[in-house]
Every structure is written in structure tokens, then in C-alpha cells.
Design a protein around this ligand. Structure first.
Ligand code: AMP
Length: 421
């Protein structure tokens, strides 16, 4: 199905083709015609589904048809506002909007405003207003507080990754932003998951929304091969190094639990002549941008990161993701592995599972409806045993949720006891 058949004007359909998109993804097929009618949208879409283009393209076309504010009256008028949870996602969404705008005359003015960098250039950029403002909530409120931006003129509002916005504690900021917006506007709301807080926010924000849902599996999941490898916790760095060499992995995104581990593992790999670097929230905004750009350019083989990079980061053709530390939840697991296998590319997601995380891994598997064989790699066979004390002390009921010893645990515990010392 061509983009043109979605109700887009030729210039806008061509803007998509110019970026190399041959046909629209399912979320684009569903959302674009609805957004073009001016209706509110409640979109349920996973990362990697093509949802940025799904809202950006019709947003740009709608802006062209909507009247422009009197610039003298509203010197800092913003016509459309896209609120996102992280700086990286803001930069990425800004890039997509700018790329799609290239062929438009006059080109819309796009401003990206996020924290972590000086506010002054953003205040300057907002002089004379903007057609599209992409912003994170905190910086947006700072700008509004300093009268650097006029939100009463917003015709179109997009809330992207609403669940992540709430996870990151932006509920109060979002409530304040909503009070600054005019009641008459078109609102588009996207989220990967819909826990209660997200549903409430959607109800508050939207008017008779059209629901648009794309199943998580539709576009990408079948493309991602998932593997789980059993390994002792203290052998993980060595195993990672071994796999990188042995499997010839060229670009790997590795998830760890803390900034400290990210630095430590990156340093160890680097000393072992693997081009690895860390990426986390303690780096300055400039350093974060640089690492991402260099990773895209294939200057780094491995980037070790916290969950900071689990959402909203689009590194085209990222072939491998490794869970060095397991994610806390099944939802985070989906977001992490969604960093690979994007836009129809195939990808590989490998999880390291050690004795003390095996029960947690099984919980993630259960939530995902997965059942992965726990592989052993020659030379890295695990020697630690999953929670043998629990296995002995409470053989029948386990007592602790998620720690109940499995048959395998019991066999391992028995084997460990039988081992000569
Ligand atoms: P998103 O879900 O917006 O993060 O997009 C995920 C990836 O899909 C990005 O790399 C986009 O460039 C790509 N993409 C968006 N629309 C299309 C399309 N119609 N065909 C192929 N790739 C697309």
C-alpha cells in the first residue's frame, strides 16, 4: 500500500519515499488517515514500529492547512508540541521531523529543547515561535516559566512514550504542561504499555480518541533471535569478550544494571583490545551525543549502557543486544531487545543468566510467553548453583516468590553437595 493512499498530499508522501520508506508500517497505515481528519488518537505501539513517522508526517500536513497565529501578537507561539521522555528521543524525533520537512516550502521551523544543555540557545531559537517544538517536560516548563515559549497557541499535541514519561516521574510536570495548553487542540497519545496511570492520563488528555493498536509482534519480534546463556556472574565479562571475537559481532549494545558496572565492563573490555565505551546518565549531554554518533559510525564495537538506552534510541542496523545484567521487568526486556531487529532488520538478543538470576529470568520468560533453552558455552560452563540454601531449607514451598527451587535447582543442589571438595 503506498503512502499516497493514506490521504497524504504528494509532497508528504514523497517526503516518506525520500527517506527510503517503500510502504507504510501497520501503525502508519492505521494512524495517518485518522490524524489527518483532526481526531485525537490513542496509540498503542511498541518501539520500532515506525510510530514517529506515523505522527510526524500527518502533523506536518495538518500544520500546513491550519491558520498561522499573528506573529506580532504571539511572538513565541508554538503551533505543535511533541513531548518525549528523554533527550535522546527528543533529538531523534527532531531529526525525523526535520528530514520529513526538507521538501516543504516554506520549511517549518523545528526546535528541540531538552535539559542537560544551556537554556539560552533554546530561548533564542524560540524567538519568533516555532512550528514544531520537541521537548522534555522539565525544560519545557523552565522555558514556559521564563516566558520563552507561548503554549496557548498549540494546535497539535503529541505525547510520545507516555508510559516512560510516567516511569521517569514526570506526572506532575505533565499535569502542569496540560494546564498551559488550550482546550481546543488535537492530541495524539502514544504508549507501549497501558498501566492505570497511563490510562488516567490518556483520559484526561484526549477527547473521543480513535484507538490505534499494533501488536508487539507484528513488525519486529519475529526478526529478533533470542538466546539465554548460563554463566557464572564473575565470568560474564570474559564470556562477552569471547562471544564478540568468536561470533564476529561488530556492534553490540550491552545492558548492565548500574553506571558503575557500565564503566567497569567498558574499561575491562577496552584493556582487552575491544573498542568498548560506557553510555549512561552521568555523561554530559555532549558526551552522550558523541558516543551515539560514534557508535552509529561504527567507531565503537561495544557500548555498555544502563536502561537509559533501552528506549527511544534508534541505531540503524544494530545487530546484537546483550543483557549482561537482566532487566528488572518483562516490559524493560521488550524495550531492550527492541534496540535490535529494527525496521525489518534481523537481530540477536542474548541474555546472561547466572545462578542468582535464573528464577528472575524464568519470570521474564513466563510474562513473555517464552521458553528459551539455557545454553552452555564451552569453557564458560557455570559452576554456581541456583539458591541451594533455599532448596534445602524450604524444599516444598520455597517461601520467597520467584525463588522456589525448580526441579533443575534441586538436581543442581544435589550435584553440588555430591561434588568432592
Ligand atoms: P520508530 O518506531 O519511530 O522508532 O521507528 C523505528 C524505525 O523504523 C526507524 O529506524 C525508522 O526509520 C523506521 N521506519 C519508519 N517508517 C518506516 C517505513 N515505512 N518503512 C521502513 N522503515 C520505517
Amino acid at each position: 500500500m503506498p503512502f499516497l493512499s493514506l490521504g497524504l498530499l504528494p509532497t508528504f508522501a514523497q517526503a516518506a519515499s525520500a527517506l527510503g520508506y517503500v510502504e507504510p508500517t501497520p501503525i502508519q497505515v492505521q494512524s495517518i488517515p485518522v490524524i489527518l481528519t483532526g481526531a485525537d488518537v490513542l496509540g498503542s505501539a511498541q518501539t520500532g514500529s515506525g510510530k514517529t513517522v506515523a505522527f510526524a508526517l500527518p502533523l506536518l500536513q495538518r500544520l500546513q492547512s491550519l491558520p498561522t497565529e499573528n506573529r506580532h501578537q504571539y511572538g513565541r507561539a508554538v503551533r505543535s508540541l511533541i513531548v518525549v521522555p528523554t533527550r535522546e528521543l527528543a533529538a531523534q524525533v527532531g531529526d525525523v521531523v526535520r528530514s520529513l520537512s526538507q521538501a516543504l516550502t516554506p520549511p517549518p521551523k523545528v526546535v528541540v529543547a531538552t535539559g542537560g544543555v544551556s537554556i539560552n540557545p533554546q530561548m533564542m531559537a524560540l524567538r519568533g515561535g516555532a512550528d514544531v517544538l520537541v521537548a522534555t517536560p522539565g525544560r519545557l516548563l523552565d522555558l514556559a516559566g521564563q516566558n520563552a515559549v507561548q503554549l496557548a497557541t498549540v494546535r497539535l499535541l503529541v505525547l510520545d512514550e507516555a508510559d516512560r514519561l510516567l516511569d521517569l516521574g514526570f506526572a506532575d510536570e505533565l499535569a502542569k504542561v496540560l494546564t498551559l495548553l488550550p482546550p481546543r487542540r488535537q492530541s495524539l497519545f502514544f504508549s507501549a504499555t497501558f498501566p492505570e496511570g497511563v490510562r488516567e492520563l490518556a483520559t484526561r488528555m484526549l477527547r473521543d480518541p480513535v484507538h490505534v493498536t499494533v501488536e508487539a509482534t507484528e513488525l519486529h519480534e519475529p526478526e529478533i533471535a533470542q538466546r539465554a546463556i548460563a554463566v557464572d556472574a564473575n565470568q560474564r565479562t570474559q564470556l562477552l569478550r569471547h562471544l564478540i571475537k568468536d561470533q564476529g559481532w561488530k556492534r553490540v549494545l550491552v545492558f548492565v544494571a548500574t553506571k558503575y558496572t557500565a564503566e567497569l565492563v567498558a574499561e575491562k573490555l577496552y584493556k582487552a583490545k575491544v573498542f568498548a565505551t560506557a553510555f549512561h546518565g552521568d555523561l554530559s549531554q555532549g558526551a552522550r551525543k558523541q558516543v551515539l554518533a560514534e557508535f552509529k559510525d561504527e567507531q565503537w564495537e561495544v557500548v555498555i549502557t544502563t536502561d537509559l538506552a533501552s528506549r527511544g534510541i534508534d541505531i540503524a542496523k544494530l545487530p546484537v543486544v546483550v543483557n549482561y545484567d537482566l532487566p528488572r521487568s518483562a516490559v524493560d526486556y521488550v524495550h531492550r531487545i527492541g534496540r535490535t531487529g529494527r525496521a525489518g532488520e534481523s537481530g540477536l538478543a542474548v541474555s546472561f543468566v547466572s545462578a542468582d538470576t535464573e528464577a528472575h529470568f524464568h519470570l521474564i520468560e513466563k510474562r513473555q510467553g517464552l521458553s528459551l533453552p539455557l545454553e552452555h558455552i564451552a569453557g564458560f560452563e557455570p559452576t554456581e548453583v541456583a539458591t541451594p540454601i533455599v532448596a534445602q531449607a524450604a524444599p516444598d514451598n520455597g517461601g520467597i516468590k520467584g525463588k522456589r527451587p525448580s526441579k533443575k535447582d534441586k538436581l543442581r543442589a544435589a550435584a553440588a553437595l555430591a561434588k568432592p571438595t
